[in-house]
Design a protein around this ligand. Sequence first.
Ligand SMILES: [Zn+2]
Length: 81
Amino acid sequence: MIIRLIIYLVLIYFAIKLIRGIFSPLQTKNKEAADETEEMVKDPECGIYIPEKDALVKKIKGERYSFCSDECYKKYKEKVR
Ligand SMILES: [Zn+2]
């Protein structure tokens, strides 16, 4: 039965979540420490801050810009032109 299999998978998913929740205080602490050292860059198109490693870095007229997505890059490129 496929439905039974889905129910089992859902139960396993929640069990894993619960187990992770027990250990989460340690994990979140480590994550915060990692976030602090992370360099944040601003997307000139939508104005949000993104971690440098996740940013889409593009060169426009010799200037380096960091974007959150390809759409923002395209929009900004249109504006600058
Ligand atoms: Zn953006």
